[in-house]
Design a protein. Structure first.
Ligand code: DX5
Ligand code: ZN
Length: 226
């Protein structure tokens, strides 16, 4: 199946001392989404970015801000991230007791709603909210850190979710996050992903390499999918 592949660089791998510049650089290099990894040191063992940083970065790019919330609870912060300029708010089902309510809140804020599935989280956990989601994010590493190795069982999960999305008849993006590089990009695209998050593989080599890195990720899939 040939589809339109989007690349979402994770700024977790950017130079944090020059984040605005880094966001402008990946925008110019062809990024489709700006992927922002929000971690609370509780849901995942790392601390990163809050709404203040999202707000500060917003003027640096008109691209879609794809905000991945690895925080628990997420509900008290949805408004703040929406106000800061997030376009997509993605949550994990384990982060709160009422996924349906969380998705309702995101939609009521006028934002796209995403659900992220950890490596051990079954695809069935979103079966009853398919009518509410705009994006499904398959974690191909355990969330918390960049630079980890791709977990191959994500491929089967992507295939199953692609089938569920087709059956739903809805326009739902299927995103994959973790260990996506020039080797695995083709595999995830063939399995049905249409948004590839890439931190290490985008930022490797510094700004002069960003455009080539992004193009390679996008094309790697096209070659294998052809
Ligand atoms: C992991 C994050 C990812 C991560 C990806 O918890 O959600 O977005 O930054 O990094 P790479 O592409 O280096 O695996
Ligand atoms: Zn992420």
């Amino acid at each position: 199946m040939s589809h339109n592949i989007k690349i979402a660089p994770s700024i977790l791998s950017a130079d944090f001392a020059a984040l605005g510049e880094e966001v402008r650089a990946i925008d110019a290099a062809g990024a489709d989404f700006i992927h922002v990894d929000v971690m609370d040191g509780h849901f995942v063992p790392n601390l990163t970015i809050g709404p203040g940083v999202v707000n500060a970065l917003r003027p640096h790019s008109d691209k879609i801000f794809d905000v991945h919330l690895m925080i628990s609870p997420a509900d008290p912060y949805l408004q703040a991230f929406a106000d800061a300029g997030a376009d997509i708010l993605t949550v994990h089902p384990e982060a709160g007791p009422h996924l349906h309510r969380t998705l309702q809140t995101i939609k009521s804020l006028g934002k796209k709603a995403g659900v992220s599935l950890n490596p051990a989280t079954p695809v069935d956990s979103i079966a009853h909210v398919m009518d509410m989601v705009d994006l499904i994010l398959v974690m191909s590493v355990n969330p918390g850190f960049g630079g980890q190795s791709f977990i191959p069982s994500a491929l089967d999960k992507l295939r199953r979710l692609r089938t569920m999305i087709e059956a739903s008849g809805r326009d739902i993006l299927l995103e994959v996050d973790g260990g996506v590089d020039r080797t695995t990009a083709g595999q995830v695209i063939t399995a049905g992903a249409d948004v590839l998050v890439a931190g290490t593989a985008t930022f490797r080599g510094g700004p002069a390499a960003y455009a080539e890195n992004i193009t390679a990720l996008r094309q790697g899939g096209k070659v294998l999918a052809a």
